[in-house]
Design a protein around this ligand. Sequence first.
Ligand SMILES: *Cc1c(COP(=O)(O)O)cnc(C)c1O
Length: 489
Amino acid sequence: MGTDWDTTGDGTGDDVSNPNYPNYPHDPHHPDDATGGGVDGGARARRRDLAVRAAVERGLLGPSTPVVGLLDVVGIRESAAALRAAFDEVTAPGTPVLHAFAVKACPLVPVLRLLREEGVGAEVASPGELALARAAGLAPARTVLDSPAKTPAELREALALGIAVNADNPQELERLDALMRSATSGSPLGIRVNPQIGGGSIGSTSTATATSKFGVALRDEGAREWVVRAYEQRPWLTRLHAHTGSQGIPLELMVRGVAETYALAEEINRRIGRPQIDTLDIGGGLPVNFGSDDTAPTYAQYARLLAREVPGLFSGRYGLVTEFGRSLLAKHGTVVARVEYAKSAGGRPIAVTHAGVQVATRTVYVPDAWPLRIAAYDGSGRPRTGPPVVQDVAGPACFAGDLLAEGRSLPLLAQGDYAAALDTGAYYFAHHYAYNSLARPGVYGFAPDGSGGVAFATARTPQSLEEIVAESGGAHAGALATLRTPERR
Ligand SMILES: *Cc1c(COP(=O)(O)O)cnc(C)c1O
């Protein structure tokens, strides 16, 4: 097929005036944002369109496999490179910088391996995520453990492996004390603080509110003094951690969180009289633009804003750890679902598809906070043409609210078409929700094949019915019926 991976937008494809995005026009000559470092959203849209068509032609997507997740490998590499470049630009030469991908954003081993190849480590928050990072071959020195509920066994394992740990609270620090008394460890250890700078527009992802469950609440009475003393008493506490950003948090607020964390490290080192804290972990949380294909804000914008507002952070006196998740993966994932039926109710056209709450849980349950763009493709996987029609794009689950999009203007979806939920590479199809025992879809990476076509690689095989039964207690079918109320004598 005549694929075109040209990123210059020479108009040879049918994508420049892609009818899928009437409300989000993309101009291939649009300069990257003024401060630079942006990823060309037009090129990404073209790669995506070609991948959808190729997935249909290749049979990855069709009547018997009506929903898949697609990952743009070129885009993931570009984002990783943009992240590295953004911090390279502002850090003093020789500064150790570890970019640790927050595994929860896309817990797939092949993704972690790809990022490892791009020089990115892993931030893990559970035994499962640590197992994924290890399966991907991540070195302990490039792994950070941050969960808010670490058990003694998890802490012991992390210290035995030499993985960095950020203690969430005083009780966890006591557990570390006990472990450090009984063994030596190469793990860099720190405390997570919550600078309590306030939340953003989405409550459930605001980590730095006054009552957030994360870290030591720095502005609570006596807390700052407790933190300083904790470091004074423990020469092995060499890191300080905060993660204040997320979707819905403005950059300025994120920067304030980092500034407060930096100021605390300076105060601790000054009071101890030596640079005991040698590394600052500034967390992740760069918000993602879900409204168009453009990358905004960019890592470069964030890094430059940090360099302007917190210049000491990049002086070379501190090593740095970052923990970006959503911003590395979101824009590189697309979930594509076949329209099983096209119907209408009360005058509203409804496309009943195979992607709903099981792959877009947040969007379905909290649609106002997590709207997704939908792209329409015809049965051969080409962008659907036609005037925009207000319609619902529904999922397959048995409850009324299972809608990917409600009242959305799109070319009218017909039976056998495909609806794609865009920007779903983080916290969407990799986070399967087993409602209605709907199967986990297959996930495939895609990239140019070098001869004008598209190459696919399996990142996750589709879940089989046998697996669903096994994971649903299939081996214990008779177990409950054996329990009986003892008979009275
Ligand atoms: C979730 C999380 C991240 C990643 O957040 P994103 O918004 O996906 O970048 C980083 N650090 C910690 C501690 C987290 O809990």
